[in-house]
Write a protein of this length. Structure first.
Length: 105
């Protein structure tokens, strides 16, 4: 396991020196060897940093964490008795209701 400081330094070195190499992959390979990690490990760190810094159009770490939180909350909804669609048969509006608030006609 690598410390956050090592990861940040390695990624920073790639960003600072990639213009000196024929490709970003060449920079990653060279810097990874000097930092004592594999090129693939450093490549993954670089890709995540690019997403986090909006250099690459993908989900950021913060957005990914928020999505996981929302998905977890959605899984908990059925257990809590809350439905996001009105389950009542009386033609009520599609609002958040509890199953207990429905009456059978």
């Amino acid at each position: 396991m690598y410390s956050p400081e090592i990861r940040e330094r390695a990624v920073r070195l790639v960003f600072e020196h990639e213009a000196e190499y024929d490709s970003q992959w060449a920079a990653i390979g060279s810097i990874a060897a000097k930092m004592g990690c594999t090129a693939e490990t450093l490549r993954k760190w670089v890709r995540q940093a690019e997403r986090d810094e909006d250099r690459r159009a993908r989900v950021t770490s913060t957005e990914r964490d928020r999505l996981k939180e929302l998905e977890r909350e959605n899984r908990e909804l059925p257990k809590s008795g809350i439905s996001t669609v009105n389950p009542c048969a009386d033609g009520g509006s599609a609002s958040v209701v509890t199953r207990a608030s429905c009456t059978l006609h």
